[in-house]
Design a protein around this ligand. Sequence first.
Ligand code: FAD
Length: 649
Amino acid sequence: MTPTDSEVDVLIVGAGPAGLMLATWLSQLQISTRIIDKRSTKIMAGQADGFQCRTLEILDSFGIDRVWKESNRMLEVCFWNPDENGVIRRTGRTPDTPKGLSRFTESVLHQGRMERFFLDHLKETGDRIRVERPVIPSLLQVDESEINNPSAYPVAIKIQHLTDEQATPNQGNNIPNGLFRSNLTADDTDDLIRQSSGKEGTEETIRAKYLVGCDGAHSWTRKQLGFKMEGEHTEIIWGALDVVPITDFPDIRSRCLIHSASEGSLMVIPREKRIVRLYIQLKEVGAGGGAVDRSKVTPEQILKAAQKIIAPYKLDYEKCDWFTAYQIAQRVSDGFEKFDRVFLAGDAVHTHSPKAGQGQNVSIQDAYNLGWKIGLVARGQASPEILKTYATERQQIARELIAFDQKFSKLFSGRPAKDVSDETGVSLEEFRNVFHQGAVFAAGLSVDYGPNILVVKEDEGKEGTVRCRPDLANKLNIGMRLPSHKIVNQSDSLSIELQRLLPSDGRFRLIVFAGDIRKPEIYTRFEKLGEYLSSKDSVVSLYTSKDSPRDSVIEVLTVHSAKRTTIELQSLPEAFHPFDKSMGWDYWKVYADDESYHEGHGQVYENFGIDKDEGCIVVVRPDGYVAATVAVDDVQSLEAYFGRFMIKL
Ligand code: FAD
């Protein structure tokens, strides 16, 4: 190693939503991490703006609630289509997020705020990880002889520090715009590497255990790995405009999907601070089969196209916050990782149209899937085997995303049908159907991870394997995120969302749905489980070091179905409300599925399809996805589950 060499567990390239989400996880888990970005500053305006339910749940699990507080809640969608005279009319309204899907609804706030919140959170959680800007990687090498050695640093990356001029592209317009980050323009990484003589700063070689490329659609990391983006590049050019609109269009503060008779389509997204985002098909800027000259696209031109679509209503603005233009490319990378040492996440592995508001969300969710796995392996708590699940789980989601986007974009870009016999046109019915079917997917709540080392969907049948019992919680989907319902704290009667008990802190959880523990036979079963959990051979004891809190690796939570006031916490086995010399008893581990004083009854047993006599244990992964359901007395299955990837201390 040269004197400038340094070692780090994880190096992240790219500090967009994916890179910052990953850094947030790794900061939470106290993993040594560096993150570099080629831009001298974060995004200031524009770009992604839609936050889906699942993303809001994830952010909440880190205690980041500022998106929810600052954003504009987008509750209604209005459909506008041409009537028989070709004049646009409102043809329907529907809720934007289907009822009962999540405790959050789709919300809108610009990406720069999200990046700010992540950066603030990194500061608040120890200030160990800071984005190093403007910095680019210029060489990547992996020492294949060391990839199976858990304590090795087999990934070597040379990085270069840039000048501010190199890192701040000329945007060619007075109004902040996203043209330089748009997929219309060529990548500049190669130019930056060539320009960078090394005089302006230092060069450094970093040796890392893991490298994660979160470096966007033109990903340098992906190119080094030799992966290709597979899919289509359409010819349709879209403009996006963030303006404070001056208009007589009645639905400007609702999400609108407007199809004009012959001028193309327009999507209205009401935003924070009186801003409205307009997505507009630009009929007059042809792609002509190649890259588009971005200097041709101006906000005035985008506005003109919008005015034609929205006529006879008037539309104008005084204040334009941001604009961009893009061409839809629906592509997925043919690889998401190499050697389980170098990973890719976010736009680096999938690109598509922004209209369904997915890119930032899916990118954050990629990193959310990966972060805890790298964290547990780097801490020596879990076997590197779990890293393989990243690519299998997320590649499938990326493919589903592209299929969804192809359907959605085609319908949105298509010409509206004149009447029922017009087969090449898009009927309103067809559009609404796709919109409704896609709503759960778009909310990020259809993610269903298939069986793998971390997810057991069925009884594996053999001695020493997991006797998974999906029938014991027959409305709960193993592989999907645990839905939230209100439960009541046994000790202080506070009504709380179940998901609030699952903060993103790297712990697995056993949620013991003990049933009606007033019944002697049910209580006996529960008591026996408590004895097991307290024993030195239980899964809790085996994987938790003696110096760490007992709940620091696998946390046990109980939700019983007895009337809360008939149960005394102190009479329950200690395993369910552990005692600590300096902290006393833990009053935040036992809950009742019962009526609360002020917030009704969450009916969690009913909603999960759990029988109050049978009960069950739901095993939940650190990212809130259901890993397995087993019988309350089946401790062998718990041992079989954790035994396949957790490392004994
Ligand atoms: P990026 O945000 O592209 O971040 C990559 C980062 O890596 C950047 O900071 C970049 O500077 C850095 N980088 C790149 N190369 C290098 C290198 N060689 N060295 C160092 N650093 C590098 N998504 C939604 O979810 N909802 C929406 O409503 C939405 N609307 C959109 C509207 C528009 C107009 C556009 C263009 C996109 C929209 N998206 C939306 C998509 C969303 O912006 C992206 O999917 C998201 O930003 C991807 O996040 P990422 O972190 O993977 O990549």
